[in-house]
Design a protein around this ligand. Structure first.
Ligand code: AMP
Length: 287
């Protein structure tokens, strides 16, 4: 695994990175504190026959408060060991100064799927995400980049930015990896207390139940209100639970092709995100 910490390192990477796998380069952008969910993105890229570049950068411009940024978990030694084992070819570890030169303030402005939901909860969040991802894509110039469906709105924002700015990269979404009890893996799960961890899978279960009821024809507002009450009773402090179009993230009043249920809720100090498709195919899956 070739490790680049500076732009000079990165320019050498093209010449010196291992070339034992012949495929085109895929980028997996991360903020580190890696877990099996991140590794599933590497596996998807490997499965598609690509060489793999991973970036680890805790991007300050996507945090709307300094405390959250300071608390974000960091564990470079463990990340490096996991990536070596996972067959990462190139690891990009830029500094804040490299990504955001002191004399520059170019930023991507986002609209479309970036409106509402996460952007309401964390104003400016997607402008920061779009800016850093654009910089990473321009630095690495991968043929494709892999993102998790766990951050559904983020995936749609990246797709729209790449398409609208004509960035020559294919964006691939990867299914959310979950613990056996259904909780979506996340770097922040480590902050859940024992009792919170036990209650956390209810979010996914609630989404599955609601998605099935809506797909079977129950009135979506009634189903969503019941699910919201249920989550409150289970101790979740709900930011949003909504039925949306999976691409535009606009609210839907009834299910349509590509519809998605999206949710964000706090359990203690941890904010959990999850989403699930709402379609007839889904009705066949067990809750
Ligand atoms: P993060 O380090 O949280 O910014 O995540 C980096 C990438 O990993 C993003 O594209 C996430 O959507 C993806 N990711 C995070 N958790 C999971 C998961 N449980 N399953 C699949 N992808 C994930």
């Amino acid at each position: 695994m070739f490790i680049a910490r500076t732009l000079q390192d990165l320019s050498r990477a093209g010449r010196e990175a291992p070339t034992n796998s012949p495929g085109r380069l895929a980028l997996v952008p991360t903020m580190g504190a890696l877990h099996a969910g991140h590794l599933s993105l590497l596996e998807a890229a490997r499965h598609d026959g690509h060489r793999i570049a991973v970036s680890i950068f805790v991007n300050p411009t996507q945090f709307d408060n300094a405390g959250d940024l300071a608390r974000y978990p960091r564990d470079e030694a463990a990340d490096l060991a996991m990536l070596r084992d996972a067959g990462c070819d190139l690891l990009w570890l830029p500094t804040v100064e490299t990504m955001y030169p002191a004399d520059g303030d170019a930023r991507i402005e986002t609209g479309g799927p970036a409106r509402g939901w996460e952007n309401d909860a964390r104003p400016g969040h997607f402008g920061g995400v779009a800016t850093v991802v654009t910089k990473l894509l321009n630095q690495i110039r991968p043929a494709c980049a892999y993102f998790g469906e766990k951050d559904w709105q983020q995936l749609q924002v990246i797709r729209s930015v790449v398409s609208e700015l004509f960035i020559p990269v294919a964006i691939k979404g990867v299914t959310t990896l979950r613990d056996a009890d259904g909780l979506a893996l996340s770097s922040r799960n480590r902050f859940l207390g024992v009792d919170e961890r036990a209650r956390a899978p209810s979010l996914h279960r609630c989404l599955l139940r609601a998605a099935r009821a809506i797909a079977e024809g129950d009135a979506s507002e009634v189903v969503l209100d019941t699910a919201r009450e249920d989550l409150k009773l289970r101790g979740f402090d709900l930011d949003y639970l909504a039925l949306v179009d999976g691409r535009s993230l606009r609210v839907l009043t009834e299910p349509a092709a590509g519809a998605r249920l999206i949710a964000a809720a706090r359990l203690g100090s941890v904010r959990l995100l999850d989403n699930t498709p709402v379609d007839p195919e889904f009705v066949n899956h067990a809750v």
